[in-house]
Design a protein around this ligand. Structure first.
Ligand SMILES: N[C@@H](CCC[C@H](N)C(=O)O)C(=O)O
Length: 277
C-alpha cells in the first residue's frame, strides 16, 4: 500500500436517519481534503452519509474533540445528531455511559442507554424572532437561533406540502444570513407540546431525514413564539421522534437537552485515495 492509498477503519452510524461516517482520528492523524469527504459521503461512489465525524484529541489532556464535516466537505461547529452518534461510539469504546467531549461550539455532555442518547447542547445564542424578509413568494416571517450552528425556523400550516428543496435553498442562501448561511427548518405545530419538523441542511444542500440542532432550534422557537410547553416531542422526516427538554427561562432557556435514537449500522475499512492525505 503506498502512502497515498491508506486503508482506514470507519464506523457508520445513524441518528434518527441523519447518517454519519465516523473515523477515529486519534491514531491516524488524517487531514481529510474536502473532496475526500465528499467522496466518502457519496451514496453511489463512496460509503454514503450526510457527514463525517472525526474523533480527535482535545486541547486539554484526556479530552476528546468531535469534529464535524458536512458531505460537501465544509466543517461545521457542531451537529446534534452527530453528537448523539459520537457518544454512542465512545460508549462502545468503553468511555462509559456518562460522557463529556468538546466541539468547536463548546463542550457537550451526553448520557447513553440502550434506547437512546441524550446530549446537552451549548446554550442557545443570537436569537432573533419575528424578522420579515423578502422572498420570491413575497414577505416571509422567519426566526433565527444558533444551537451550535445557525438555524432559521419558519412555521407552516401543512408540512407535507412544502417544497423543502426549493424553499430551503432560497432561504439558506438569503442575503440576510450571508456569508455563513443557515440551516432552514419548516415547522408545523401538532399539539401543545409537539411539532413536526423538516430541515434543509446547509452543507448537504438538501433535506435530511433529521437534524438534531434544527430540532432543538425549532422546539425553542415553538416555546418562545407559540407558547408550547417543554418537553417538546418532535417528529422528523424519517418519522423518528426526538425529545427536546429545557427549563423555561427568561429571556431564553439556558440548557437544552436533545434525546433520540443513535445506532451503529456497520463498520468497515475504506481505502482513501486522496494523494494529499
Ligand atoms: N445534522 C446536524 C447539523 C449539521 C451541521 C449543519 N449542516 C451546518 O452546516 O450548520 C444536526 O443534527 O445538528
Amino acid at each position: 500500500m503506498t502512502a497515498d492509498r491508506r486503508k482506514v477503519p470507519f464506523v457508520k452510524l445513524t441518528g434518527a436517519g441523519n447518517d454519519f461516517i465516523l473515523i477515529d482520528n486519534r491514531s491516524h492523524r488524517l487531514s481529510l481534503a474536502p473532496q475526500t469527504i465528499a467522496w466518502l459521503c457519496d451514496r453511489h461512489f463512496g460509503v454514503g452519509a450526510d457527514g463525517v465525524l472525526l474523533v480527535e484529541q482535545g486541547d486539554q489532556p484526556g479530552r476528546t474533540l468531535m469534529r464535524y464535516f458536512n458531505c460537501d466537505g465544509t466543517e461545521a461547529e457542531s451537529c446534534g445528531n452527530g453528537a448523539r452518534c459520537f457518544a454512542r461510539f465512545l460508549a462502545h469504546q468503553g468511555f462509559g455511559n456518562s460522557l463529556c467531549f468538546d466541539t468547536k461550539a463548546g463542550p457537550i455532555e451526553a448520557t447513553v442507554d440502550a434506547e437512546g442518547v441524550s446530549v446537552k447542547l451549548p446554550a442557545p445564542q443570537e436569537v432573533e424572532l419575528h424578522r420579515f424578509i423578502s422572498t420570491a413568494h413575497g414577505p416571509l416571517e422567519v426566526h433565527f437561533v444558533k444551537t451550535g450552528v445557525p438555524h432559521l425556523v419558519v412555521f407552516v400550516r401543512d408540512l407535507e406540502s412544502v417544497p423543502i428543496r426549493e424553499r430551503g435553498a432560497e432561504l439558506r442562501h438569503h442575503p440576510a444570513w450571508s456569508p455563513a448561511g443557515a440551516n432552514v427548518n419548516f415547522v408545523q405545530v401538532t399539539g401543545s407540546s409537539s411539532i413536526g419538523v423538516r430541515t434543509y441542511e446547509r452543507g448537504v444542500e438538501d433535506e435530511t431525514l433529521a437534524c438534531g440542532t434544527g430540532v432543538a432550534a425549532s422546539a425553542l422557537v415553538a416555546y418562545l413564539v407559540k407558547q408550547l410547553a417543554p418537553p417538546i416531542e418532535v417528529t422528523v422526516k424519517s418519522r423518528s421522534i426526538l425529545r427536546v427538554e429545557f427549563a423555561p427561562g427568561e429571556p431564553l432557556p439556558g440548557q437544552v437537552v436533545l434525546r433520540g435514537p443513535a445506532e451503529v449500522v456497520f463498520s468497515g475499512e475504506v481505502e482513501l485515495r486522496d494523494p494529499t492525505l
